[in-house]
Design a protein around this ligand. Structure first.
Ligand SMILES: [Zn+2]
Ligand SMILES: [Zn+2]
Ligand SMILES: [Zn+2]
Length: 325
């Protein structure tokens, strides 16, 4: 009995210690927010491919332990953009992880007292990139006139197909049309430009974004077919920005048991590295790989592939990173 009491007391104390660690982490987050208070910044809210991690029905080693112990850093690709001066925040992509991601965005937007952002930008109609919109509807938060920015085909898709059309008719969301390569001014210090990219476009076109702050800008291309199929030139697009968050769905063919990676409509990381091989080290440093399939070894910070990317002068995007614009 005495031993049991002792055991319970120890558990209680450990609980206190763990929760105070959590508090410390939160304080550190607030601290980061304060140091970038006057500027515009990007906050990484997720880095994983549409289906997340662990991945449905995955029998491989990559997901085995994740079904038992979820990893809070494994969230589907999304960026938050915070303008502290204008006191506005924006979400890029509405993922299935939107609830946690909006809470994260709010935590870093010290001026904000609700989770609902001032606008949501969509790239395309694949499940990881827009289905989080459903949480704005009646069965969830029943949001009121949240501006959603989308390209024409994406807009028609949302307007004409349930359950998305209900978000429009109930005015949970208000659609704001975008045009290819036309700039939208969001605040005095923040502009966004969408541009179309080749991808598996069944329901919508696919875009990437250039996000421009007062001093720096970023390229965000989470999904694209091979670089050479694009009508723009990725190397010169990288020259025009300070950060480039680029599709890194698969590292190489071994992940999907194929040698013929030319058939898979994504730039494999090893193909991108070869293409960017002769860039200067300052150009390479801009490249931040993102949108990792559950099989991608870059999700593990201790993998040899992660080591190789870093040794070659490139970067790997991690949830929680913040970039000043
Ligand atoms: Zn995707
Ligand atoms: Zn897996
Ligand atoms: Zn896609």
């Amino acid at each position: 009995m005495r031993n049991l009491k002792h055991f319970l007391f120890s558990c209680f104390m450990i609980g206190i210690i763990i929760s105070s660690f959590g508090q410390q982490a939160d304080e550190q987050i607030t601290q980061t927010a304060i140091t970038i208070k006057n500027g515009v910044s990007i906050l990484i809210l997720g880095t994983v491919q549409d289906a997340g991690s662990p991945h449905i029905a995955c029998e491989k080693a990559c997901c085995a332990t994740l079904f038992k112990n979820q990893d809070a850093s494994r969230k589907v690709v999304s960026l938050g953009v915070i303008d502290s001066k204008a006191q506005k925040s924006f979400l890029f992509e509405a993922t299935p992880d939107i609830a946690a991601q909006l809470r994260d965005l709010r935590k870093h937007s010290t001026f904000k007292n609700t989770d609902i952002p001032d606008g949501i930008f969509l790239t395309h109609a694949h499940i990881g990139h827009y289905t989080g919109l459903m949480y704005l509807g009646k069965e969830a938060t029943n949001a009121n006139v949240v501006p959603v920015f989308a390209m024409p085909k994406m807009e028609r898709f949302l307007e004409n197909n349930g359950p998305w059309s209900q978000l429009v008719s109930h005015q949970n969301i208000i659609l704001n049309p975008l045009q290819n390569r036309e700039e939208t001014q969001l605040t005095p210090n923040l502009k966004v430009v969408p541009f179309t990219v080749p991808h598996r476009d069944e329901y919508s076109e696919t875009v990437g974004y250039r996000i421009k702050g007062p001093n720096k800008s970023a390229l965000f291309i989470p999904d694209i077919d091979k670089w050479e199929k694009w009508d723009a030139e990725i190397i010169s697009e990288i020259k025009n920005v300070d950060y480039a968050f680029l599709d890194a769905t698969f590292y190489d063919g071994t992940e999907i048991n194929t040698r013929d990676i030319s058939e898979i409509p994504h730039p494999f990381v090893i193909e991108s590295m070869a293409l960017f091989e002769n860039l200067s080290s300052s150009e390479k440093k801009k490249i931040h790989f993102i949108h990792f399939n559950h099989t991608n070894p870059l999700l593990r910070s201790n993998s040899e592939q992660t080591q190789k990317i870093l040794e070659n002068g490139f970067q790997i995007t991690r949830k929680g990173q913040r970039f000043e614009l």
